[in-house]
Design a protein around this ligand. Structure first.
Ligand SMILES: Nc1nc2c(ncn2[C@@H]2O[C@H](COP(=O)(O)OP(=O)(O)OP(=O)(O)O)[C@@H](O)[C@H]2O)c(=O)[nH]1
Ligand SMILES: [Mg+2]
Length: 259
């Protein structure tokens, strides 16, 4: 009877150990599948971080796929993507540089991830849906404002490429039109954000009293020229891909920005 009890206890211990081992194994597989091992920022890496950001559906993940798989046949067709539910990260080789490519989902709930990634960015590609921007530029202007005013970006003079994507569409606005529309909309946004701060009083002003919170110069209409960050506007089409789609231009810009 006593031997039976010891055996039962031993069997229980072995079963528990096996269950623990199986759980650990499953967790490892799950982590690898959803890329948990890749969630760190560039701070922990040697390669410089390039952050792809911008509103939902603009083409960030499509661009990320192209840049990541630039030496494979995946470059021949527009990558099939869907609304991102997590930050995508990957090491990639662009020109002579090893880069840490970060694709941040456009949905507002990822804004803290975006700000954390921007804080470690060496270069930023802000992807715009040029069809959406031609219809209503407000959403894009708000997202760009947040990026340009994000902590430390102006102080670090981090280069920004505004990529006016979806140029294959007949309804797409050109990069000149997007630039002018964004400049004017950011001017309006700047005034309304300032007014909101004024109405909240001195405490809010103290909180927001950083050079980067106000874009450009007070008393002067907003101009991209007035920013410390070098900013460039270009056109692209992930649907057209390499060659006509402007992918090489993006790679050259990234290589130049990281030098
Ligand atoms: N016509 C056209 N469609 C494009 C282009 N680039 C991306 N798309 C499509 O637009 C949709 C959104 O592209 P994504 O790359 O998933 O957009 P995203 O910026 O990652 O969007 P979120 O993850 O929601 O922030 C997909 O159906 C793409 O195939 C383009 O240049 N032209
Ligand atoms: Mg995406």
């Amino acid at each position: 009877m006593a031997d039976g009890g010891v055996l039962a206890v031993l069997a229980g211990v072995v079963a528990l150990a096996l269950a623990g081992l199986a759980g650990w194994f499953l967790l490892q597989r799950q982590s690898a599948a959803i890329g948990l091992t890749n969630l760190g920022t560039a701070a922990a890496r040697k390669s410089k971080s390039v952050v792809l950001t911008g509103p939902m559906g603009a083409g960030k993940t499509a661009l990320w796929c192209y840049l990541r798989f630039s030496d494979t046949s995946a470059t021949q067709a527009v990558p099939r993507t869907q609304t991102s539910m997590a930050v995508n990260t990957s090491e990639a080789r662009i020109g002579e540089a090893n880069v840490y490519l970060v694709d941040v989902p456009g949905h507002q709930k990822y804004r803290f991830d975006r700000d954390a990634q921007l804080a470690a960015a060496s270069a930023v590609v802000f992807v715009v849906d040029s069809v959406q921007a031609a219809r209503d530029v407000r959403l894009t202007a708000e997202a760009l404002y947040d990026v340009l005013a994000s902590d430390g970006l102006q102080e670090r003079e981090c280069p920004v490429l505004v990529l006016c994507n979806k140029q294959d569409s007949a309804l797409a606005a050109s990069n000149e039109r997007v630039r002018a529309a964004l400049e004017s909309e950011i001017n309006t946004l700047r005034a309304s954000r300032q007014q909101a701060l004024d109405s909240l009083g001195a405490a809010a002003h103290d909180d927001a009293d950083k050079a980067s919170d106000f874009l450009g110069f007070e008393g002067k209409a907003f101009s991209f020229e007035d920013l410390a960050t070098p900013i460039q506007f270009n056109e692209s089409s992930m649907a057209l891909g390499r060659g006509a789609g402007g992918l090489e231009m993006v790679e050259q810009w990234i290589a130049g920005a990281l030098q």
